[in-house]
Design a protein around this ligand. Structure first.
Ligand code: AMP
Ligand code: ZN
Length: 187
């Protein structure tokens, strides 16, 4: 058994081989349900190719990154064509194996429990796939300021729709359900 293969950070590899978790696949990618979804619809698109994270991505992987995004857009449309989704990567991921998040913008989920969860999807910690692709095209590699990103996780809780600040996750969650998420589309 490979070193660390049973470690929690390797869990995505196990889910890629779990028929109950897989929602779609082709010769280049596997799409799984996020095990702890932070919204009504939350998927992860993973390349079959063993790429640990964005830091190891090069210009040679651009067509793969574009394919990952296209497959993410397809699964989002199939899951719910009315909701707004975002497609992107955590600047500093916790799980190994490259994965793009496909997440509906309702953030209506009991698994969304902490400030860190909220800020990882609603601040610049969440890097849109399009911006990753642009950065690789221009600079040939992805880079991020890890210290700044970790500071962002501690930012005040702010509604992603109207910008209002909240002291606690329960008060923020009670507020966001009042936004009509279907109308968020294309806003
Ligand atoms: P990150 O590495 O920060 O991009 O986030 C990893 C994502 O993987 C989180 O949204 C977790 O909820 C999710 N996750 C953690 N373990 C598993 C697993 N075994 N199978 C599927 N998703 C997982
Ligand atoms: Zn709001």
């Amino acid at each position: 058994m490979a070193k660390n293969s049973g470690h929690w950070s390797q869990g995505l590899l196990a889910s890629m081989n779990d028929a109950a978790a897989v929602v779609d696949a082709d010769d280049r990618v596997v799409i799984i349900k996020d095990k702890y979804p932070k919204a009504l619809f939350h998927f992860l698109v993973l390349p079959r190719q063993k790429i640990p994270n964005l830091k190891s991505v090069t210009k040679n992987d651009l067509s793969l990154l574009e394919h990952i995004q296209k497959k993410g857009e397809e699964i989002a449309h199939r899951a719910n064509s009315e909701l707004k989704f975002r497609f992107g990567y955590h600047a500093v991921p916790s799980m190994s194996h490259l994965h793009m998040h496909v997440i509906s913008q309702d953030f209506n989920s009991p698994c969304l429990k902490t400030k860190k969860h909220w800020n990882s999807f609603t601040t610049e910690y969440f890097v849109d796939s399009k911006d990753v692709i642009r950065q690789i095209k221009v600079k040939g590699q992805f880079s991020t300021d890890t210290q700044r990103m970790n500071e962002l996780l501690k930012s005040d809780l702010r509604c992603h729709v109207c910008g209002k600040c909240f002291a606690t996750i329960p008060s923020l969650k009670a507020h966001i359900v009042m936004h009509d998420v279907t109308k968020l589309k294309d806003s």
